[in-house]
Design a protein around this ligand. Structure first.
Ligand code: CTP
Length: 428
């Protein structure tokens, strides 16, 4: 599997829920996909194409006949662009899907880019409808939905609740995380989600789900985030880890077919879809959770920045300013989780550690590789501006006993794929 992300196309229709598609695109990206956006004319009344262009980093397709928006300006939209988009995408997800687009899809109308692309693609199609409850329950809409279902289109049922029109009932767009979960599942199931007519006729539809699932059958345990060691009930000793690298590894492993357990210290990140998440705070809690789940893992990736020290006696009450002119904190060492994992792993479990260094990165990384007895160490120099801690990007080296693979500056999502590529080679 290459580091290239899987392209998915997000179709956005005109409805109040279109604003939720912005979060959907972001989540798809966080999960490791490469979302491209197609908007209907009506959708532009609710969200500007530029918003999606900025998030996705791609031009947003808004029309069948030229006129583009956002970046990638060299790629002029054209009357055959829908064919290209339809053929290169691995999945089409329409959210929100209005009553109008469901009707067009069901009847094969092709008077705008999205409906034309639907006819031209062999990729799996998911629709997440959102509309007024009476429209949703209208026999015409029900019939269209059933037609699409029978054709193999996956329908993510809308939820119930307050609708923008003031009514209460079914018709609310499913939550973006639920939609991403359906995307992950459809792409990991291979042929599931293919349109039934294509499956029946043996058309090249399978190609749409050809994404390599080279981690199927593996259980990947990932640690992420920076642990926090309490000083008193309101203060803690922490570090600058954002958790992005570990989350990216978890998302990529899930997308490549693994079962994933993510044991995470506090972060600001959304949980990757389809991943089992265990929240912890301190190094001690992380150690307990990791050791509890270790037997299930076939691959362990320890991306967390674990505190090496904890406060020996945590103050029961908030330490007051007046209590002393200086406060001396006595620190004691925390458990080295990685070392314990290596000692207790089942034979065959691959263990990858991280080494965040501020000097002599390669030498220190090599020392950790040998000292900790891990199969590989991802080493990075966190003193380099723009990479590492609290940054979107990373760079470093993947060290094994056999050598080093350089990982030049790239997004953490891409780096996660590259790391998994190397882990797959270790397994091979
Ligand atoms: N690690 C761990 N438990 C700890 C500290 C670190 O499991 N108490 C793991 C990290 O998740 C990482 C690896 O060990 O995968 C290396 O972490 P790092 O902080 O770079 O190394 P340390 O062993 O703490 O060594 P030092 O801080 O002296 O560089």
């Amino acid at each position: 599997m290459s580091a290239e992300r899987t392209k998915v196309t997000v179709g956005v229709c005109g409805g109040i829920a279109a604003y939720k598609s912005v979060e959907l695109v972001r989540l798809l990206q966080d999960t490791g996909y490469d979302p491209h956006v197609v908007m209907t004319k009506a959708a532009e009344e609710f969200v500007r194409p530029l918003t999606f262009a900025a998030i996705s980093g791609h031009k947003v397709i808004t029309t069948l006949w030229g006129e583009d928006a956002g970046s990638d300006s060299e790629e002029e939209a054209s009357s055959i662009e829908h064919i290209n988009e339809a053929q290169t995408t691995k999945l089409l997800i329409v959210a929100p899907a209005t009553a109008d687009i469901l009707a067009k899809f069901a009847h094969g109308l092709a008077d705008d880019f999205l409906s034309t692309m639907y006819l031209a693609t062999t990729a799996p199609v998911i629709v997440a409808p959102a509309m007024n409850v009476v429209m949703w329950e209208h026999p015409a809409t029900r019939a269209n939905v059933e037609t699409l279902r029978a054709r193999g289109v996956k329908v993510i049922e809308p939820g119930s609740g307050y609708l923008a029109c003031g009514m209460v009932g079914g018709g609310r767009l499913a939550e973006p995380a639920t939609i991403v979960m359906a995307v992950v599942e459809t792409l990991s199931k291979g042929s599931v989600g293919l349109r039934a007519d294509e499956a029946a006729y043996g058309s090249p539809g399978l190609e749409a789900a050809e994404q390599e699932l080279d981690f199927a059958g593996e259980t990947v345990l990932v640690t992420a985030g920076g642990t926090r060691e309490a000083i008193d009930p309101v203060r803690f000793i922490g570090n600058r880890s954002s958790g992005r690298m570990g989350y990216a590894v978890a998302a990529a492993a899930r997308r490549r077919g693994a079962r994933v357990i993510l044991i995470t210290a506090p972060t600001d990140l959304a949980c990757p879809a389809g991943v089992e998440v265990v929240q912890v705070v301190s190094a001690g809690e992380m150690r307990d959770s990791v050791m509890q789940r270790l037997r299930e893992a076939t691959i362990v990736v320890m991306a967390a920045a674990v505190s090496d020290y904890r406060v020996r006696s945590v103050a029961a009450q908030k330490i007051k300013r007046e209590s002393a002119r200086a406060v001396l904190l006595e620190l004691e060492a925390t458990e080295d989780i990685l070392r314990e994992v290596v000692a207790q792993r089942v034979v065959g479990t691959i263990v990858v550690g991280f080494a965040a260094e501020t000097q002599d990165a390669l030498a220190n990384g090599r020392a950790k590789l040998a000292g900790k007895g891990v199969d590989a160490v991802v080493v990075n120099d966190v003193s380099v501006e723009g990479i590492g801690f609290d940054s979107e990007k990373n760079a470093g080296s993947f060290l094994t006993r056999d050598g080093a693979v350089e990982l030049p500056v790239m997004s953490k999502a891409t780096m996660a794929e590259r790391i998994l590529d190397e882990v797959a080679k270790l397994r091979g």
